[in-house]
Design a protein around this ligand. Structure first.
Ligand code: NA7
Length: 563
């Protein structure tokens, strides 16, 4: 599509008859994009490329999303940087040089900042601005958003790239407001360096974030008390500098490789034996696990093809990890508390660490199993459990996020006829393909609930979503239609399919943020599509090529008049 040559797709708001409150607002973009992380930045770039005028809003002072907020010590990606990166520009992927196999937060943030500068996106974003409401005006057939600065803006399209893990969850523990020490959350970490030297620090939570920060804090704190409710399976990352050979391996066949991973269930390439546990002898099974443990990373779960599918294979992989924990952790009681025993490997997100289990051999580190002795309250100086008080200078919450729906529902979104999204989703989110919600015309979600997004390489999902959305907008232009919505029955069918696939998956066998069970009062519903990224991608492509089956299009007299 010729950029800007096209009236429909370029700056169409000039003749809109604004309501009084909006009459001073000029110019209005074609699309508003909320969020400037991986998703928002690519949406800005792609929509600009097809000739739309775009405007981004970002609550933070800079780009980066997750990698802007989660700047706690030890924060790094658990997917290799050569894979957890954009593929849309071959020049970018060839020129960018990752330093480490698993990039730390600061390196990923530098990369995202580079992308924003390289593609000239910064000038399109209003930073330090949170969108607080978004309503579809049925008369204007436009989205009207308001910000926490009291400003309003309208656009034909609203793109929510608000991030699946961006609303930090701090549990409402009685007395927290009385604590006189410092309080941190890994998901909203301060920008200035924080000194923990010689302090008594408590960490609540042992998910990915806790497992990453605990070894770092243990090196400097006087005492580190870890409050663990549920142990997680963690595999050593074996991180280190990215070797020239590995970099070459990816870069020499990047284009082919990026195509290949689009077919994979998680959008991640793993080196595996390609065999099931049943095809190998017990000795080969053990040596396969040893090799995968020595290699490190979440690919451990793909050592054999049936670990996720066959309970027996899963038990043998889980037993192997439990044995490793017992081998590493010197105190048998602590080792036992760190061993996950109540759910299969993979039912909760598998963590990747650097020296996590070894940390519990340090004399300044204690583990408190709060599943046995729950936290009851916090006093001005301590975290108290049913049987003891733990005096602390600092509390670090590594307690996760209100995943997938948290950031979307933090915006007061009203669709056609004033219907609230919060109300529509009161029993849990329902979407069509994780891309749209029926009754919310021209509103798209990037990596939204009901899509595979967080179950694999989210950057791969983001690119696929944004490409699908931009192709859809081009289709609308070519077919001379202005408004798209999901059909309620198509949404209901997709929702039923998402639930059905989830029911037969491992994910039902543990409480986790995948199910919303980490947030009190959140409906228990599996939040992502577990049928595999490759399958999902094909489904989205098939729907697009069938003329967008399940979506409804219409021409809008008011939008047509403004063209
Ligand atoms: P997670 O994975 O949701 O982990 C949060 C941790 O906090 C987990 O161990 C929870 O225990 C624990 N938690 C939550 N609330 C409490 C209370 N009230 N008391 C004690 N412990 C609590 O979040 P992360 O930030 O680590 O990782 C999120 C994702 O980001 C991760 O999967 C990667 O994709 C990146 P629980 O297991 O609920 O018993």
């Amino acid at each position: 599509m010729a950029a800007r040559s096209n009236k429909h797709l370029a700056g169409d708001a000039t003749n809109v008859n604004y309501t009084d409150s909006l009459k001073d607002i000029r110019p209005e973009p074609d699309a508003i994009i909320v969020g400037a992380g991986f998703g928002g930045l690519y949406a800005l770039h792609r929509l600009k490329q097809i000739g739309l005028s775009v405007e981004g809003f970002e609550a933070g002072a800079g780009v980066g999303g997750t990698w802007y907020w989660n700047r706690y010590p030890g924060a790094r990606c658990d997917i290799e940087s050569m894979q957890y990166s954009y593929s849309f520009s071959d020049k970018l992927q060839q020129e960018w040089k990752w330093q480490e196999k698993y990039a730390p937060q600061a390196e990923i943030l530098r990369y995202i900042e580079h992308v924003a500068e390289r593609f000239d996106l910064l000038k399109l974003i209003q930073f330090n601005t949170r969108i607080v409401s978004a309503s579809f005006d049925d008369n204007l057939e436009r989205w009207i958003v308001t910000t926490d600065r009291g400003e309003s803006k309208s656009a034909r399209y609203l793109i929510l790239a608000t991030g699946p893990l961006s609303t930090a969850n701090t549990p409402a523990i009685r007395g927290l407001d009385r604590f006189s020490g410092r309080i941190f959350h890994t998901g909203a970490w301060p920008h200035e360096p924080v000194d923990f030297i010689g302090r008594s620090v408590g960490v609540i939570g042992t998910g990915s974030s806790g497992i990453q920060i605990i070894p770092e804090l243990a090196q400097v704190a006087k005492d580190l008390i870890v409050f663990q409710r549920t142990p997680n399976f963690s595999i050593p990352s074996r991180n280190g500098p990215l070797t020239p050979a590995r970099e070459r391996m990816f870069k020499e066949r990047y284009k082919v490789f990026r195509e290949e991973i689009k077919r994979l269930p998680s959008g991640i390439f793993f080196e595996t034996t390609g065999k099931s546990t049943e095809e190998v002898s017990p000795e080969e099974r053990q040596s396969g696990f040893e090799e995968a443990w020595a290699k490190g990373g979440v690919g451990f779960v793909r050592t054999f093809t049936d670990i996720i599918l066959n309970p027996e294979a899963n038990t043998s992989a889980s037993d192997f990890i439990r044995a490793k924990i017992a081998e590493i952790v010197e105190n048998p009681t602590v080792a036992s508390a760190l061993q996950p025993k109540t759910y299969p490997l993979g039912a909760k997100r598998i963590c990747v660490d650097t020296g996590y289990y070894e940390t519990f051999n340090k004399s300044n580190v204690s583990l408190i199993d709060v599943s046995k002795t729950p936290i009851t309250h916090i006093t001005s100086k301590a975290v108290s459990t049913v049987d003891a008080d733990y005096p602390l200078d600092d509390i670090v919450f590594a307690t996760g996020f209100d995943a997938l729906t948290g950031a979307i529902l933090a915006i007061d979104i009203k669709g056609s006829a004033g219907r609230s999204l919060k109300d529509k989703w009161k029993e849990g989110p329902s979407t069509y393909l994780g891309l749209m919600a029926a009754g919310f015309p021209n509103m798209f979600m990037v990596a939204g609930p009901g899509s595979p997004s967080i179950l694999g390489n989210v950057v791969v999902s983001i690119e696929q979503h944004v490409d699908w959305i931009s192709a859809c907008l081009e289709y609308m232009h070519n077919h001379d239609v202005d408004v798209i919505d999901a059909k309620p029955d198509a949404e209901a069918q997709w929702d039923a399919h998402v639930n059905e696939v989830a029911q037969s998956s491992l994910f039902q066998q543990a409480d986790s943020w995948y199910l919303g069970s980490n947030i009190p009062g959140k409906p228990r519903k599996f939040l992502a599509y577990a049928g595999g990224y490759g399958v999902y991608r094909d489904k989205c492509a098939e729907i697009a090529s069938s003329g967008y089956e399940g979506f409804i299009f219409r021409k809008s007299p008011v939008l047509a008049a403004s063209n």
